[in-house]
Design a binder for this molecule. Structure first.
Ligand code: NAP
Length: 263
């Protein structure tokens, strides 16, 4: 019997989604199949998910999750078209639903999503939007898949470049901040290990406060900024160094780059 969902491209994002789906109750034997051109990747997936159908090439399936690199995405869809998939959820960066639909048989439904790497630890966040023919049921289906590895936000397709600039590239901004803070701790005399533990714990704790208190970041920051104190001195320096506008410019550059790549 054909699997319910064929995952095309079982690399970093594909295998994270696969693990999330299995954890959410999808059966490797029957519900899922994976197609990947890399033999080593196929071996890893087969070992990690006993019973999973792992192939090199198209197989018939009701629905497809497309997780290959952008440069091969349209060619892969043209090959898949012969198997007449009902609908395709693409997590491929930058390729519009129009272009994806054009590579499929007429009437095929396309839903696009931009997930991010914390999906690898089940803490992702993804923007989701439907192509021309996508119905609410198609978006619910796609959200059901992405929700296995994190939070899903529905946006119009024209906003997916902005999603890319904020949450797609966003983990890298946080990693850069972590790198800098760890280095600063070492310069201030801490061992690298201690500095690492303090920085990671601070980022996790601050993120949880943002999430769990529901308060605005500005209010949380004001609450820890005593007049004339240490945090005030640090924040003054960050403002003097234009960190706020650096973030605004960085996100704008990522959004523009995402637009360029999609042309
Ligand atoms: N990583 C991210 O943060 C992120 C975030 C959002 C969206 N995305 C999107 O997710 C997609 C996948 O990214 P990734 O980081 O998971 O890439 P990846 O690790 O390179 O995975 C892609 C996999 O697809 C395989 N493949 C290539 N051609 C194929 C074909 N014709 N049929 C089946 N499998 C094929 C690749 O094998 P080979 O190694 O042999 O080529 C590889 O194992 C990209 O389009 C990217 O834009 C990624």
């Amino acid at each position: 019997m054909a699997p319910t969902l064929l995952l095309v491209g079982g690399g970093k994002m594909g295998s994270a989604l696969l693990s999330g789906l299995v954890a959410a109750g999808w059966a490797p034997l029957g519900d899922l199949a994976v197609s990947d051109t890399d033999p080593a990747q196929r071996a890893r997936l087969a070992e990690a998910h006993p019973g999973l159908t792992v192939v090199d090439g198209p197989v018939e399936a009701a629905d497809v999750l497309l997780a290959v690199k952008p440069d091969v995405a349209e060619a892969v869809l043209r090959t898949l078209g012969a198997t007449q998939p009902r609908r395709v959820l693409s997590i491929v960066a930058g390729i519009s639903s129009d272009r994806l639909e054009a590579a499929l048989p007429p009437g095929s439904v396309v839903v696009r999503a931009m997930p991010n790497t914390p999906s690898l630890v089940g803490a992702g966040v993804a923007g989701l939007s439907g192509g021309v023919g996508a119905t609410k049921a198609d978006l619910d289906w796609a959200e059901g898949i992405l929700a296995a590895v994190g939070i899903v936000v529905r946006v119009p397709e024209r906003q997916l470049d902005a999603v890319t600039g904020i949450s797609g590239s966003g983990p890298a901004y946080v990693f850069l901040m972590a790198e800098a803070m760890i280095e600063a701790g070492v310069i201030a005399g801490l061992s690298r290990d201690v500095s690492h533990t303090l920085v990671v714990g601070t980022l996790l704790g601050a993120s949880r406060m943002l999430d769990e208190t529901g308060q605005e970041p500005a209010a949380l920051r004001a609450a820890v900024t005593s007049p004339g104190g240490t945090t005030a001195a640090a924040v003054r320096t960050l403002e003097f160094k234009a960190v706020r506008s650096a973030f605004i410019e960085a996100v704008a550059a990522a959004v523009e780059r995402s637009r360029q790549l999609g042309r």
